[in-house]
Design a protein around this ligand. Structure first.
Ligand code: FES
Ligand SMILES: [Fe+2]
Length: 371
């Protein structure tokens, strides 16, 4: 990998010329990139504000007039189901003086900013603004909420702050087909719950931890007793933005939820930069959610769990308990990594060429996006 210049004229972030860039794929990124606010600013600008990201699911907007304020990659957005049942996404920023327009979720005929009551239709148009006529102003078409790209995969809603992000289908690549091939009809799944967590680590530490199972035999005894994590069975594959892992159940899984069912092997995808899609062996199931940088050393994660409509409740609870155990183990791991990389005396670390090749792929995507 050749040198990459990270200072672009159009970006307002401070220059990064002083940062060394790894020259071989067996090195990690410089560890200073896991604490430096300048790097995070560039990542937000050049990666998160330009990419599709998971923004929630259709059931959260059940009827005409439903809205939900959320964020994608740190950008405040509002999702709306308009009078014609069309789902829309807008930048949740008032065109007057920049207040957030909506908070939480609910049902409204219009979206009114709480600061000076500029009022927007469900199509984003500015429909009322106090004192405009009195002060000789017109409600210009150009003062509506800024529309953002929104597309769906089954019930899963994706938003890109960048209208030029390309079709969602290109971003998802082979993932929908692989999920369908596993016997899962995403449109038939029922939403079960959203699990949310905040991690005391850089978002890349969390992503890179997701991208290898080298740590599984050491750090996830329960997962490794259920899923065959040996190198010959647990497969890694990457293409474009997609980084995938595939794990079959052990011939005789021990001490976990019941892995028998239509889905024969697990699949765990990361779509760059931060959309996670997991399928566990067993009854049809899928969990999906974002990895969101909050601060250089603070990251938000959520997973929306979907299961087969006829999945037994006890089975679902066992699956969630199994996943929660793995997540708790991963939280401890990533926070220990952050504590180590922030120490400052070592420049970087090392990657195994095979077992950690998805991390190398992730890092090359990151470097290309920042370049
Ligand atoms: S900032 Fe929204 S109405 Fe003034
Ligand atoms: Fe893990």
């Amino acid at each position: 990998m050749g040198p990459v210049t990270l200072c672009g004229g159009e970006v307002t972030a401070p220059p990064l010329e002083s940062l060394a860039v790894p020259t071989v794929a067996t090195s990690t990124l410089p560890w200073s990139w896991y604490t430096d606010p300048t790097v995070l600013e560039l990542e937000l600008e050049r990666i998160f504000r330009r990419s599709w990201q998971y923004a929630g699911h259709a059931e959260e907007l059940p009827e005409a007039g439903s809205f939900r304020a959320t964020t994608v990659g740190g950008v405040p957005i509002v999702l709306v189901r308009d009078e014609h049942d069309t789902l829309r996404a807008f930048l949740n920023v008032c065109r007057h003086r920049g207040s957030l327009v909506c908070e939480g979720s609910g049902k409204r005929a219009t979206l009114q900013c709480p600061y000076h009551a500029w009022t927007y239709g469900l199509d984003g148009r500015l429909v009322a603004a106090p004192r405009f006529a009195k002060e000789g102003l017109e409600q210009s078409e150009t003062l509506g909420l800024v529309p953002l790209a929104l597309e769906s995969w089954g019930p899963f809603l994706f938003v890109s702050p960048d209208p030029d992000a390309g079709p969602l289908a290109d971003f998802l690549g082979e993932v929908p087909a692989q999920v369908a091939d596993a016997g899962i009809d995403v449109g038939a799944l029922r939403f079960h719950l959203r699990s949310e967590s905040e991690l005391r680590c850089n978002w890349k530490v969390s992503a890179e931890n997701f991208l290898e199972c080298y740590h599984c035999p050491v750090a996830h005894p329960g997962f490794s007793a259920a899923v065959d994590v040996s190198p010959g069975s647990y497969l890694l594959d990457a293409g474009g933005r997609r980084m995938s892992q595939y794990g079959p159940p052990r011939p005789e899984p021990r001490g976990s939820y019941d892995l028998a069912g239509e889905v024969e092997r697990g699949q765990f995808h990361l779509l760059f930069p931060g959309t996670v899609v997991n399928v566990m062996p067993g009854r049809p199931n899928l969990s999906i959610g974002p990895i969101v940088p909050l601060e250089p050393e603070r990251t938000y994660r959520s997973l929306d769990y979907f299961v087969a409509p006829d999945a037994d409740e006890a089975w679902v609870e066992d699956l969630l308990a199994f996943d929660a155990q793995v997540a708790a183990e991963d939280t401890a791991l990533v926070e220990r990594v952050q504590a180590g990389v922030r120490a400052g005396l070592l420049e970087d670390g090392h990657l195994l060429p095979e077992s950690e090749r998805l991390i190398a792929h992730f890092q090359s995507l990151l470097l290309a996006a920042l370049a």
